[in-house]
Design a protein around this ligand. Structure first.
Ligand SMILES: C[S@@+](CC[C@H](N)C(=O)[O-])C[C@H]1O[C@@H](n2cnc3c(N)ncnc32)[C@H](O)[C@@H]1O
Length: 228
């Protein structure tokens, strides 16, 4: 089990990620930081899609969301996020499922999402830790359904904030959200060193022309999209 310091207003407490559950990383914290800076979470009904350990959902609860509903396809992640919510004394309704299950509970004021987005040779199937990062050949196995569903899931004027890598086609995210009736801005772009998954996949990414030779950093991009 890994433990991450989790900052809520005025205090730092521990957030646990059991083996098989995504340990919050740069992408998780960058999304939380941008959500906090945006000011849209306070008083809002928030959906955290792809919750993992619950890091983003719990950050939203600690920012003063009115209600937080979190979904993940992994039973391990759901159990982990529930345990973290109890341990931190924060209220989050954690459920197993994805977009179809979230649609039954719409509308939301805010959607936050740190999806799996690393390009992978195989289409991810089944259960396992790989589901936290494998995004299929273009990295968009969750990003495309998110861009399609966001407008319907949100109230008019509602906000989606999503983080992903430069290697999972940010131009497509922007174009899809715009064509689905959203006003889109990039609110953060931050370079990070490759983690173990990108390092292990670099040769294949070079081979398919997605990665320049010897590059070992990637930009994380955070989008804010407001429903018109
Ligand atoms: C990159 S992790 C993010 C975890 C957490 N939100 C964070 O930022 O630390 C992605 C999570 O998405 C979940 N996931 C993968 N495909 C999904 C889908 N179609 N619907 C919902 N959750 C999914 C994985 O199980 C994993 O927990």
């Amino acid at each position: 089990m890994t433990t991450t310091e989790f900052e809520t207003f005025g205090s730092t407490r521990a957030l646990h990620a059991e083996p098989g559950v995504y340990e919050p990383q740069d992408d998780s914290w960058l999304l939380c930081e941008m959500a906090s800076q945006s000011g849209v979470v306070q008083g809002a009904r928030v959906l955290d899609m792809c919750t993992g350990s619950g890091a983003v959902a719990l950050a939203a609860a600690s920012m003063g969301a009115r209600e937080v509903v979190a979904f993940d396809i992994s039973a391990l992640a759901v159990a982990c996020a529930r345990r973290n919510a109890v341990a931190l004394g924060l209220e989050v309704d954690v459920r197993r499922g994805s977009f179809a299950e979230a649609a039954a509970l719409e509308p939301f004021d805010v959607i936050l999402c740190n999806p799996p987005y690393v390009p992978s040779e195989e289409v991810p199937t089944g259960e396992g830790p790989h589901r936290a990062w494998d995004g299929g050949r273009d990295g968009r196995i969750v990003l495309d359904p998110l861009c399609d569903a966001a407008h319907e899931l949100l109230v008019p004027g509602g906000t989606l904030m999503v983080v992903h890598s430069e290697y999972s086609d940010p131009d497509r995210t922007q174009a899809m959200l715009r064509s689905n009736g959203m006003t889109v801005t990039i609110v953060a772009r931050r370079s990070i060193s490759f983690g173990p998954v990108m390092t292990q996949r670099a040769a294949w990414l070079e081979q398919i022309g997605l990665l320049e030779s010897s590059r070992d950093i990637e930009d994380l991009v955070v989008f804010r999209a407001d429903r018109r």
